[in-house]
Design a protein. Sequence first.
Length: 188
Amino acid sequence: MQTIPFEDQTFTKITAGQLTGATYENCKFISCDFSNAQFTGITFVDCLFDTCNLLLADLGNTGLQNIRFKHCKISGVNFGKANDFLFEVHFEDCILDNAVFYKKKNKKGTYTDCSMIETDLTEADLTDCKFNNCNLKNAFFSRTILKNADLSTSYNFIIDPDDNVIKKAKFSLHGLPGLLNKYDIRIG
């Protein structure tokens, strides 16, 4: 791959095979098909992915620094394999079903109107994150740090307060059953 970074460019309807750079800064990727892509060794900084398909993309050794995903299909992607250095991702209206954030730090990340069915958030640090209207059905929360996180508008989650750090996290009354699930009680 070339070492000259791509800056301030827009890429429309391309595939992963057409990515020739090692660094993309302040770039936009619109309607691209990156399904099963190998992003190994590529660094994205301040980029936007809009209406892209990243189904099962491989993020091993990939830099994701302040990246925004809008209207993207990102099912089955393992963000835990991405570089930790300056890792920051935000999602709006994305399908993140079966995605993995194992041991990932994404403090202050935003997840808005996302489907996160069976997403693995085990041991992730999601301090100050906002989950706005997200479907967290069967999402895995174990030893997850949710300090000051806002889940007040999200739904279908089951979070064990004894197994996760939820200090000052925000939940609504409709989320209460998901916090008390392990007690097998009825809330009317």
